[in-house]
Design a protein around this ligand. Structure first.
Ligand SMILES: Nc1ncnc2c1ncn2[C@@H]1O[C@H](COP(=O)(O)OP(=O)(O)OP(=O)(O)O)[C@@H](O)[C@H]1O
Ligand SMILES: [Mg+2]
Length: 163
């Protein structure tokens, strides 16, 4: 199922992340880790979404962009099923470094949720039930929406987030 949302501010994108995490917790999951693949240009809102997503999982730690470390993990304490959130950012990864991240091993872990920025770089390695979320800048601002300094429209498409 595909869904499309227009977000007019970072706060809206954050809330969408929060709600998406809550929906995900109620999904029936068969095997392996839950994977969420985020795609879209620089500054399109992926990290903001992850921050809201972590909030939805009741993770209290501050979510910082893992750009230089590639992967950070957080403990999920409020769920019986899930124990860890892995936040991965593949922006700087080189093709031959992908294996060294150990993502393959994580994919078999039922207690893990992986949320991956620039996930299109490893699209073929992710399970078919990956939830894909694409972010894009929307160049035409609506007449009624007058953005504040840091508020711009983003189009966010969610794919595979089945009930
Ligand atoms: N509608 C919106 N949704 C999300 N972020 C927005 C929106 N409008 C403005 N912003 C701003 O855009 C920026 C989005 O940055 P963010 O780090 O989330 O992007 P990103 O997709 O993770 O980029 P990168 O590819 O560099 O990791 C933030 O500074 C945020 O405040
Ligand atoms: Mg980011």
């Amino acid at each position: 199922m595909k869904e499309e949302v227009l977000s007019a501010s970072a706060a809206e994108t954050y809330q969408l992340g929060r709600k998406t995490a809550k929906r995900l917790l109620s999904l029936k999951h068969k095997q392996g880790a839950v994977t969420v693949g985020l795609t879209g240009q620089l500054g399109s809102g992926k990290t903001v979404f992850v921050q809201g997503f972590a909030r939805g999982l009741e993770i209290k730690d501050q979510i910082v962009s893992p750009t230089f470390i590639l992967m950070r993990n957080y403990t999920i304490s409020k769920s019986d099923q899930f124990k860890y959130l892995y936040h991965v950012d593949l922006y700087r990864i080189k093709a031959n470094d992908i294996n060294s991240l150990g993502i393959k091993n994580l994919l078999t872990d039922k207690s893990a949720i992986l949320i991956i920025e620039w996930a299109d770089k490893i699209r073929d390695n992710l399970p078919p039930d990956t939830i894909w979320i694409s972010f894009s800048h929307r160049s035409i601002q609506s007449k009624r929406h007058r953005p504040k300094a840091d508020e711009f429209l983003r189009r966010i498409k969610l794919d595979n987030l089945n009930e």
